[in-house]
Design a protein around this ligand. Structure first.
Ligand code: ATP
Length: 369
């Protein structure tokens, strides 16, 4: 186990494509860090540089305090788990898991012990003599993990290990990966484009866009305090609503204008948020989480504290009801679970929750770019 650190790391491919720019990240010993971002943001490239599968163009990578820029992959003491399980079809589960150890000429009895230990952790003890074709997708992925576990590496590097599994199995295997990582306490870097996976697995989550790290923080902090509009819109499902508005009034009596509607904000909104007062008199982007809104009429909210719009679509999803409407030309979604199943075409929908104004502006994100 070890700390893994990237300092000023960059990657330019031979054809001139810049995939990663000035990446600085330190993953603590035993930490589970998830790298997340849309397709093409450079997360796989970053992981492959850690693994030694891709040359590092700029900066430095250390594993357990050792600079590994020039250390070949096999000598880095890390174990990769890929989305394709890459199992040998003609070998049993036992031999697949122990394959790397056999290559290293480890004594057979020792291999047997390690393989059986890993199989117990992974719940594969009853399947050790099967061939991969006789396993489910989830079991195959566990065999691939077994191969990583028996090597007892300093770090696990995982590249979308769940993406070949169906939705149900993905949730189940995700929980297993979290448990195994916690039990083993191995430093783990995990790449995914799926923000739900990132939020549920990571001790911290690093969000990347176009090769540049946007924010790295524990999941809840990322959700509550996104550093910029990209993170605000990327993290959360359904996504945060982002609406154009402007902040007006003064410190004692601030107002938020959205289209031709005005919300009166309590003064503490500015007091509690240093920096926000500087935006008085300016255009802003207002971020409102779907769950922070409720039906203003049902909640009996006072005038001056409600935004009005017309319901366009109601989607009943079982536990949640998603209500779609438009504010200042932006599509907006709320997931009020109470009696909000109003019909499309109905008027009046308050953009509020129990602590309306505070919450509304708590999600405020400064305009970027
Ligand atoms: P995905 O989720 O689709 O795998 P990613 O975030 O992992 O995406 P990378 O695979 O790291 O992204 O790719 C980052 C950028 O580098 C992309 O623009 C990609 O086209 C480019 N790229 C990747 N591999 C190469 C290569 N061998 N040569 C040139 N460009 C490459």
């Amino acid at each position: 186990m070890a700390e893994v650190a990237l300092t000023g790391v960059g990657k330019v491919y031979p054809d001139g494509t810049r995939a990663v720019t000035d990446l600085n990240l330190t993953i603590a010993d035993g930490e589970f860090l998830v790298l997340v971002g849309p397709s093409g943001c450079g997360k796989t490239t970053a992981l492959r540089m850690l693994a030694g599968l891709e040359e590092i163009s700029e900066g430095q990578v250390t594993i357990g305090g050792r600079v590994v820029n020039r250390v070949p992959s096999r000598d880095r003491d890390v174990a990769m788990v890929f989305q394709s399980y890459a199992l040998y079809p003609h070998l049993s589960v036992r031999d697949n898991i122990g394959f790397g150890l056999s290559l290293r000429k480890m004594p057979k009895a020792q291999i047997r012990e390690k393989v059986e230990h890993a199989a117990r952790i992974l719940g594969l003890s009853d399947h050790l003599d099967r061939k991969p074709r006789n396993l489910s997708g989830g079991q195959r992925q566990r065999v691939a993990m077994g191969r990583a576990i028996v090597r007892e590496p300093q770090a696990f590097l995982m590249d979308e290990p769940l993406s070949n599994l169906d939705a149900k199995l993905r949730v189940q295997t995700r929980a297993e990966i979290a448990r195994i990582q916690r039990d083993l306490g191995v430093t783990t870097v995990y790449v995914t484009h799926d923000q739900t996976e990132a939020m549920t697995l990571g001790d911290r989550v690093a969000v990347m866009k176009k090769g540049v790290l946007q924010q790295v923080a524990p999941p809840q902090e990322l959700y509550d305090r996104p550093a910029n509009l990209f993170v605000a819109g990327f993290i959360g499902s359904p996504a945060m609503n982002l609406v154009q508005g402007s902040l007006s009034g003064d410190a004692a009596n601030p107002r938020l204008r959205i289209g031709d509607q005005t919300l009166h904000l309590p003064a503490e909104v500015l007091r509690d948020r240093p920096g926000l007062a500087a935006h008085l008199g300016r255009d802003v982007v207002v971020g409102i989480r779907p769950e922070d809104m409720e039906d203003g009429e049902l909640a009996g909210t006072a005038e001056g504290a409600v935004l009005t719009s017309t319901v366009e679509l109601v989607e009943a999803m079982g536990s949640d009801v998603l209500v779609h409407f438009t504010l200042q030309a932006a599509p907006v979604v709320t997931d009020d679970t109470r009696e909000l199943a109003r019909d499309a075409g109905t008027d009046v929908l308050g953009a509020l929750d129990e602590t309306p104004h505070t919450e509304l502006v708590a999600r405020f994100s400064p305009r970027t770019g």
